[in-house]
Design a protein around this ligand. Sequence first.
Ligand SMILES: [Zn+2]
Length: 263
Amino acid sequence: MPKSFFLFICCVFTLLKPCIGFAWAFTEDFKQGFYWGSLPISFGKFVSSPADGELLSRLTDEAQQEWENQAGKEIWSVTPGYSTNAPGGNHIRWSNNFAAETGYDPNTTLAVTVRHASGTYFSKVEIILNGGNSALRSNTNNMLKKTILHELGHTVGLDHSQQYSIMGANLSGVSALTFDDSQGINSAIDEIQYRQQIGYVSPLASESGNKTFAACGSVAFISGNDSDNDSGTKSFVLSLAMGIMLSMLIAARRQKLPISILQ
Ligand SMILES: [Zn+2]
């Protein structure tokens, strides 16, 4: 197939993508080439109050299983139960001082996922839950479960989807992972494994020091003033960019060249 025709097909797919339902996206840092050097990702659950432990532990375990059922493989190695020790390693925890700790508005933000990288690899990820939100803390209307599902998606490099899905920017009526979420997680895991196989190194990996990617990851309240009003334009632009990236990625793979489109 001529390369120009192949690119044409990719562009058509890009333009139609919002219509036919694919709207997942990768985070900017993941697109820049940062990724997990190995899977599964060790992951722990920490609480300062044992009263929070059982619920946080159970919902995290459920969320892990639901993502992994979609992916068909183990993504996180979650330590059973919970710990009341000081948090360490990759983990999820409550923050009783959410605004000061994260810089996010506690009135509109339920949680934040922070990815750290050293070299080309993610070195640590933290999910910080807004402990000042009592409805979230008690899982009212399944808020905590959906928030954990959403934030776990961010840990591997999934960004907000433009679709009505768990990875959508707003906490919505969606109660379970959608086809769009499934497409997203499988694409992310495939991309991680491909980079691992070829030993991919981000062009940005040599920048000195540890890097922290301030969480794309927040889930605004459904009544919050999020950016859905311009989602059509954003969806188009994001889809175009994703389509171009995808077509270049596939073209690079076909030529068996190291990926360079993530720069
Ligand atoms: Zn988010």
